[in-house]
Ligand binder design. Structure first.
Ligand code: 1PR
Length: 606
């Protein structure tokens, strides 16, 4: 039997490492977790996946004494594969902890910097940070050596991979790539572009290979890359050795044109994401089903017994959407406000099972809050989220609790309480522990129409909701003609749209960004299940209020609706449920239409 090198994974306890474990298993390989220092000696290959924060990764490496062992392993010449933070730790330092930058392993003498949220190359001069989604990578070297193994087989040209990070190895292509003293000049690397900034998306030198993106979340392209690395013998991954490279140097990685034809032109570099959403609940027989509401009402109107609509099984459907090319999948536990014990939480199994075969990001929402188990054990929102991350979720989505948290925040601001941020809300604790990219806030707003026949309506309109007021005559939605003479604002709701609160969508969006949310999932109670298209006025309001990504949701009835939301708003992603569940249109068909319109999409090639 062919000897498979002993593979180890180094986990420092942050975020979703299950997906990496699942993808390795899926590719037919086995691995062990690094448990103690002697494992570094036993390892013949090592993967260090990182999620979350650079500082936490470094702190945990230092406090566990693993810093030196890891450096020793890398210097021994055995193959190392770093993912995301696992790539960043190779660098000199990160400015994540400014004013005191934190030191990395220093294998690459270059700093990790934050993406700028100002970007003159983009509409309104603004760029969304974190950089989250599918971006294109291109090779940025050529080799002068005759040795064919100098071209790393793991690095491909022009592929889309999934990224999620706020910091990166930014380079100035005009100087770095032509400067022979450039610290990364003797590495092979791929570059990617975010707006006007160019950053290193993967590096390879000798035994060290690392990617800023997540191969385990990058669909077939990511699995293919991982397979190439797993398949390669340690010798081929490690050659030529460091010493021979530094003594004789016939081999140099020569930077090539930083703007090749394989680079995606226009926009900010990211594709427009298509998200499939599965609203999950128990039906009247107690089975967990995917359901779908009209304006959040999930019961059949036609049948006498008013059954909960059953559109399929959650894990099976998620698998179907992955194969159709969904860029992301969201599961929402829509009855979570009734019972939300962590023990005996069937959604954990749904995530665990889905993560075995679905290799794109998974979001789980519903019941992410402080709870108490039936045996009386209290569970913090952070613990609940942690259980989902360990099961294979990449992000958690918080609904009702986010509204309560922002209400409290606004109250503290009004009362002049310092600090304004209590640090105790689920959004804050989870984003601190797992990074803000892991925290989505799901908003369920409802239109509240104003009586415009009242001549004093403008004076009587509540001042604190003015920012979310839309005058129908100026509305941008396709259905705007129906709205002439009307005016409305967007009120937030909790408990699945059942209770309305005195807080509007702009207040909420700004508040959750302040608390540390990394993304907004923007539903619309009015448009949900209507097929009338996304509420563009709502999307524009929220998109203009924040600088984190916004996923537009509710109302998709045809591929045209996706085209419209991407052409008329700056939204990063569009989510739909009903049309996909009812097979009215496939995700691949939506992407084909978007592509025809010149909108960038990831074609997954399955
Ligand atoms: O409050 O933190 O426990 O989270 C509960 C979560 O469940 C929230 O994200 C909330 O949006 C969701 N939710 C609660 N009740 C319902 C319901 O439908 N009765 N679903 C519900 C929200 C909206 C989207 C839907 C889009 C697209 N559903 O999930 O997928 O509207 O649908 P379409 O394309 O068919 O128009 P917490």
């Amino acid at each position: 039997r062919e000897h498979k090198p002993k593979l180890y994974i180094l986990d420092y306890g942050a975020g979703n490492v299950r997906s990496l474990a699942n993808s390795i298993k899926k590719l037919g390989y086995e691995f062990e977790w690094i448990e103690d220092d002697s494992d570094f000696d036993k390892a013949e290959k090592l993967i260090f996946p990182g999620v979350g924060a650079f500082s936490q990764a470094m702190e945990s490496l230092r406090s566990s004494g693993r810093f030196d062992s890891l450096l020793k392993y890398i210097n021994s010449g055995k193959p190392y594969f770093g993912i995301c933070i696992g790539m960043q730790v190779l660098f000199e330092s990160s400015e994540e902890t400014l004013p005191e930058p934190i030191k990395g392993l220093g294998v690459i003498n270059h700093p990790i910097r934050k993406f700028s949220s100002q970007d003159e190359s983009l509409p309104k001069g603004k760029k969304t940070v974190p950089h989250m989604g599918w971006n294109n990578t291109w090779k940025a070297w050529s080799t002068t050596s005759s040795a064919s193994n100098d071209t790393p087989k793991v690095m491909l040209d022009g592929e889309d991979y999934y990224f999620v990070h706020s910091y990166a190895a930014l380079i100035d292509p005009s100087t770095s790539t032509s400067d022979l003293n450039s610290p990364i000049k003797d590495f092979a690397y791929t570059l990617s572009r975010y707006g006007s900034e160019i950053y290193v998306s993967s590096v390879k030198k000798d035994n060290v290979f690392a990617t800023q993106f997540h191969p385990e979340k990058s669909g077939p392209a990511g699995l293919d890359l991982l397979r190439r690395w797993l398949e390669a013998s340690p010798e081929s991954l490690s050659s030529p050795s460091r010493t021979s490279a530094s003594t004789s140097s016939p081999r140099t990685w020569q930077p090539t044109n930083p703007n090749p034809s394989t680079q995606r032109k226009g926009g900010n570099g990211l594709t427009k994401r298509i998200v499939a959403c599965l609203d999950v609940r128990s039906n009247d027989q107690g089975d967990l089903v995917v359901t779908k509401g009209d304006q959040y009402d999930v019961r059949e109107k036609s049948s006498e017994d008013n059954k909960v609509r059953n559109l399929g099984k959650p894990v099976e459907l998620s698998q179907r959407y992955y194969l159709e090319g969904a860029d992301e999948i969201a599961f929402l536990n829509i009855t979570s406000f009734r019972s939300s014990a962590l023990l005996d939480q069937p959604m954990l199994d749904v995530v665990r099972n889905a993560a075995e075969t679905v290799f794109v990001p998974l979001t789980i929402g519903g019941g992410i809050k402080d709870t108490v188990d039936p045996d009386g054990t209290p569970r913090s929102a952070l613990e609940v989220a942690g259980a989902y991350f360990r099961s294979g979720a990449d992000k958690v989505s918080i609904g009702s609790e986010a509204v309560i948290a922002v209400e409290q925040l606004l109250q503290r601001e009004r009362d002049g309480v310092e600090p304004v941020l209590s640090g105790k809300t689920g959004i804050e604790t989870i984003s601190r522990g797992y990074g803000n990219q892991a925290v989505v806030v799901s908003i369920d707003p409802k239109r509240v129409y104003v009586d415009t026949t009242n001549p004093n309506w403008k004076d009587e309109f509540p001042k604190h909701h003015l920012d979310s007021l839309i005058i129908g005559d100026e509305a941008t939605s396709r259905t705007a003609s129906e709205e002439k003479g009307k005016a409305w604002w967007y009120q937030c709701t909790i408990s699945g749209g059942r209770d309305v609160r005195d807080i509007d969508v702009v207040q909420l969006a700004k508040g959750v960004e302040k608390l540390g949310a990394g993304e907004i999932l923007l539903n619309s109670v009015d448009r949900d299940g209507s097929g009338k298209g996304f509420d563009l006025d709502l999307v524009n309001l929220v998109k203009n209020a924040v600088s984190i990504p916004v996923v537009s949701s509710s109302g998709a009835g045809s591929p045209d609706d996706f085209i419209e939301v991407f052409q008329k708003t700056e939204t990063e992603a569009a989510l739909a449920a009903g049309i996909f569940h009812r097979k009215e249109v496939g995700i691949d068909q939506v992407k084909e239409r978007l592509e025809k319109e010149g909108l960038p999409v990831r074609r997954c090639g399955l």
